[in-house]
Structure formats: C-alpha cells, structure tokens
Design a binder for this molecule. Structure first.
Ligand code: FAD
Length: 398
C-alpha cells in the first residue's frame, strides 16, 4: 500500500471537489446544514447526477459500471464525498446486493438489476434478521418451499431498514430443515410488490421511521430470482456481510465530526474561557481523533485488498467494531460540547419544509438526533460483541 499522493491523485482530488461543488443540489446542502433528513426523491436526484458521471459505485469492477479507480482514488473520493456532506447512495443496493449479484448472479440477474441499482431507480432492503434470529442468524425460520418453478415463502423479517422506501428485498430463507442450519439457507431476490407481503413500521428512539417488520404470507417467488445454488445462501450472505461491515466505518464523516467538535468547542464557554481550553475535554477528543487516524490506515489496507479483488473478509469486523466505537464516542463528545443545548429534541426539525431555527445555536442542529440514531451502529451489521468473537476466532486464531 503506497500512501504517497501522486500528481494525478492531487489532480483527481481537485476534480472530485469541483464536481461536487458544482453539482450537489442546493436543497441537499441546505437540508444537510440543518441536520435534516434527506427525502428519497432528493437522494435519487443526486444519485442520478453521480451516475451520469459514472461515480456511484467506486468498488464495483469497471465491467459492471465501476469507475476503475485505484484504492487511493477511492479513498480520496470517499474523503471528498463525505466531507462535502453528500448524501450516501442507497447502500443496500450498491454496497450489499450489487456485489453479490455481479459475483454470483446469472447474466439475466445482472442485466435486470445492476443498471437499476446504479441509477437509483430501484431501492433495495435487507431481509436477514427475524424475531428469533439476529446474532444467531443461521437459526432463521422464514421458509421457502419449491412448487414447480416458484418458491412459496412464509415467515417474518424484522428490523428491515428502509423497507417502506424500497422496491426489492434480498432475503435469506430456509429451504432445508434436515441439515446443519447453515447448509439449509437460500438467498432470494424478492419484488416487494409481490402479493402476500405486508410491511409494518417500527419507530426507533429518535422518533423516526427507519425500521420495519416484513411479513410473507404464501409469497410466490420465481426460482430465477434465486442467487446461484439452493442451500448455499450462507456463503453469499457472509460475502455480503463483509462488504456491509467494511462500509459502516465512514471514516471521512468521522474526521469531519472531529472538525465540527473543535469548531463548537472553540465557541462554547467554559470556566471563563472556551471549552477547547479544557484539558479533560481536549484529551478525550485527542484520544478519539488518534484512534480514527489508526483506523484510517487499517481501512486503507483493506481497501487495497478489495481493489486487488480480494474479499474484505473477517478483517472487516475490526473496522466495524472500531469504527462504530469511535463514531459513538464522537457523538457523545458532540452532545457534551453543546451542554444543555444538546438536550432539546424535536422530530419536527427533520421535516423537509421545516424552517424554524433550532433551540440553541445553529451548530446544534441534528446532533442529538444523530446520537440517538447511531446508538444502534454497534448493533446493526452484526453486533460488536459478535464481531469481537469473530476477530478472536478467525483473525487472531484464539
Ligand atoms: C437500527 C438497526 C437497523 C437494522 N437494520 C437491519 C436490516 O436492514 N436488515 C436486517 O436483516 N437486520 C437489521 N438489523 C438487525 C441487526 O442485524 C440485529 O439487531 C443484530 O444482528 C443483533 O440481533 P438481535 O437484535 O436479535 O440481538 P441478539 O442477537 O438477541 O443479541 C442481544 C445482545 O446479546 C449479545 N449477544 C448475542 N449473542 C452473543 C454471543 N454469542 N456472544 C456475546 N454476545 C452475544 C449481542 O451482542 C446483543 O448485545 C438492524 C438493527 C438495528 C438496531
């Protein structure tokens, strides 16, 4: 891994920076500045602008629509993208099911799904977890029984992020009950408009709807929607989870948070001076910022592996654990920096048409919301306790 920036890399950074400055719609910048939720229509509008430039899926191979960047170019792009507060493109499609489809899918599946994922015309969601199967995912019970050239699916998924905004769901279903749990699972692509699917909301502690329950009642799914072999779904699911965990790190976003904390702490009064002068506060921030620098290097090594065509593998668990721990620590520091103004919280501020100022200084917008939402970061994508078990066994060989 070469960390030296070449002239081409410096020029590339300029190219990305000016593209974003010229093309990111003003309404998205404004919403971001207020810490407001970006509605799907706005996010899709931005994805289409990126798609036209060929920049939606940095990690995809060029033959499927990736830009063919080096790992350094991907890193530069992520830094510029996240620090300009661009909305993330739909991760369930681009980061998760897309790589599964181009790696294991049929030509038909590639033709049907990959272009729609890139253009943002089809949003995906992830149907892995069930009421009795989260960490112990392999125990999942949603049943798919073959009937002619269709599977009949019955069961329930839970914590399905953004199912209410998605058109398709990728699901793990049980196709064999007689074998070891992991050997009886199949990976299906299911159109959410299919008869027999019901989606119900779950409101999370930030007062918003991100999550859902998805019920399947005699849902008929063509066999042609199966990824590769029946009962081999666990292999494809694990491959996908590696990409999911690697994508959770969001390092450039956290670097921006460090800058945001400094900015706020230079303005907040404390003991006759400003918060940034307090040694205890500075120490806590410096510790988080140093951990972030170390994580960035580890992430760069992993990105180099992905660029060389290797799966992020179990090392992605390290990125996931450390990245989410740093994220939650920075979110807490931000709330601490705001003092009493960290506490007022109203979900009205997330309405796209909301134009009242926040309670407290402008810079307090969205901080508590983010703190509440990202409390779940150490749970989704596989809880951090489980990731530590994986690191112990498969990375450290304990
Ligand atoms: C905001 C959010 C979004 C999500 N989005 C999705 C989604 O889109 N699609 C989807 O399929 N799922 C999604 N999930 C579900 C998520 O993957 C699960 O919540 C997660 O895998 C944990 O499973 P569980 O909730 O059943 O908890 P459990 O598995 O019941 O775990 C409870 C606690 O016990 C600990 N624990 C369990 N087993 C062990 C062990 N062997 N060793 C040590 N500790 C253990 C866990 O770490 C956890 O702290 C989401 C969850 C959240 C919170």
């Amino acid at each position: 891994m070469d960390l030296e920036l070449r002239d081409e890399d410096i020029a590339f950074r300029e190219e990305v920076r000016s593209f974003i400055a010229e093309n990111l719609p003003q309404e998205i910048r404004d919403a971001n500045q207020r810490g407001a939720h970006i509605p799907k229509e706005m996010a899709v509008k931005w994805q289409k602008i990126l798609h036209e430039r060929g920049w939606v899926a940095p990690n995809w191979p060029a033959e499927y629509g990736g830009p063919g960047w080096t790992s350094m170019e991907k890193h530069i792009f992520a830094e510029e993208y996240q620090s300009a507060d661009c909305p993330p493109v739909s991760g369930f499609g681009v980061t998760m099911v897309g790589p599964v489809i181009y790696t294991y899918g049929t030509d038909e599946q590639k033709k049907q799904h990959l272009p729609n994922i890139l253009s943002g015309d089809i949003y995906w969601c992830q149907g892995y977890s069930e009421p009795g199967s989260g960490s112990d995912l392999a125990s999942l019970q949603t049943r798919a029984v073959l009937d002619g050239d269709e599977y009949v699916v019955n069961g329930q998924k839970i914590w399905t992020s953004l199912a209410h905004l998605a058109e398709w769901i990728f699901c793990l279903v049980r196709t064999d009950t007689e074998v070891k749990q992991q050997e009886g699972i199949t990976f299906l692509l299911i159109n959410l408009k299919t008869k027999g699917i019901t989606i119900k909301p779950i409101i999370s502690m930030d007062g918003r709807r991100h999550l859902n329950e998805v019920f399947f009642d005699d849902v008929r799914v063509p066999v042609s929607n199966r990824i590769a072999e029946e009962n081999m779904g666990w292999t494809y699911a694990k491959y996908l989870l590696g990409h999911e965990r690697a994508g959770i790190a969001q390092i450039a976003t956290h670097k921006r948070t460090v800058e945001r904390v400094k900015d706020i702490a230079r303005q907040e009064h404390s003991d006759g001076g400003v918060l940034m002068d307090e040694s205890g506060f500075k120490m806590r921030l410096a510790k988080a910022a140093s951990a972030l620098d170390a994580l960035e290097m580890t992430n760069l090594r992993m990105q180099a592996d992905i660029s060389a065509g290797r799966s992020p593998g179990d090392g992605a668990s390290t990125i996931k654990v450390t990245g989410t721990e740093i994220q939650q620590e920075l979110n807490e520091i931000l709330v601490q920096a705001l003092g009493y103004y960290g506490l007022p919280y109203s979900t009205d501020q997330f309405r796209p048409d909301w134009n009242e100022p926040p309670v407290g200084p402008e810079y307090s917008a969205g901080i508590m919301a983010d703190r509440l939402l990202r409390r779940a970061a150490s749970i989704y994508g596989g809880s951090n306790e489980i990731q530590k078990n994986i690191i112990a066994k498969r990375v450290l060989g304990l």
